[in-house]
Structure formats: structure tokens, C-alpha cells
Design a protein around this ligand. Sequence first.
Ligand code: IMP
Length: 197
Amino acid sequence: MKFILASQNRHKLKEMQDILSADGVEVVLEADIGLKIDVEETGETCAENAMLKARAVMEASGLPAIADDSGVCVDALNGAPGVYSARYGGPELDDTARYRLLLNNMRGAHSRTAHFTSAIACVFPNGDTIEAEGICPGTIAFAPQGTGGFGYDPVFFLPELRKTYAQLTPEEKAAVSHRGKALAVFEKKLQEYLKNQ
Ligand code: IMP
């Protein structure tokens, strides 16, 4: 089974491939089949945005499509940046500038608790859909640590492991992360779906 990933993010592709390839599922980026679909993320939740992205790519390609929409929700910021995590601070910021802005906005905060959330949606050409979600609780570090991963990884701290996402190996991150958990639920639902075909 092959899915087109509705994303330009090769880090997300790798995290998905690492988990789903064990089930014989192949995932390729939309760019790898010559597509570049700009979907306006108008949903109010990650789940809505994931479904918007997957549906748009399925309709453009005629192939099964999968999307992940993620965000980091910080309690001291009333859940921000949340669904706006990719656009936090405006489109001109890169990953580093975005997490620096987050650290600045948390100066003096009494709590640093946060969670990462991932919503996975897949849409088949016959209109069938599968959805899954995963959450990983953590805190926002006082300073970036580690060089692995992408996005907010250097500032997302896991108190139990005493490491940020960026200090974990890809296997360690997959075992605890929001995306790893969402993909584990997705895998089960996909196997169930394929059994009934
Ligand atoms: P989107 O899901 O592509 O809209 O991404 C949401 C934002 O969260 C982007 O800024 C990503 O870089 C960031 N993000 C998504 N997943 C992760 C992750 O696993 N670690 C760190 N940052 C992430």
C-alpha cells in the first residue's frame, strides 16, 4: 500500500516511514510525484487541518493520501501556539526563530507545562477515511538543547527522560512522541480496515 504524504516536510516523512514501513506501507512526499498543493489550514483543530490536507492531495492525485497536522500547546500561553505552531510569529520565521520567540514569550511564566499533539488523517480514493491522534506531555525548556529532529524539538523537554525531543534518537522519539503515538493508533486502524476490504 502506498500513501502520498500531504506535506513538504521530509522530517515528517522519515518519522512516518520509520514506523509504517514495518507494515509494508510506503509513504512518499507529494513533491515526489510532482505535486505541490497549498492547502489553506482553515480548521480549528489539528484533526480538521489534517483531513483538509489529506483530502486535497487525494483529490489532486487520485491516490490514497495521508497527512499529519501537529502543534505544541503551552499552558501558560492558554494553549498557544497550538494549531498555529507552523505560523507562529509569521511566515518569515524559520524553526529556530519560532522556538526562540516561544522562549521569549515564556519569560517569567509560572508554569512551563505543555503538550505536543499530532492528528493523522488518511483519505482513500473511494472516500473512506481513517483518523488517529496522539499526545505527548512535556515542558518547555529554558534554553534549546540537542541537535536532532526539527521544529520545536530542541525546546520540548520530557521530564521523565530528562531530555528534549532533539536529544533523542529517532527510535527513542518515535516511542514517546505525539506522532509516534498517533501512528501506532493509525497502524492498528489501517490493519483493521485492510482486513475488511
Ligand atoms: P504542521 O503540522 O506541519 O502544520 O507543523 C506544525 C508546527 O509544529 C511546525 O512548526 C513544525 O515544525 C512543528 N512540529 C510538528 N511536529 C513536530 C515535532 O515532532 N517536533 C517539533 N516540532 C514539530
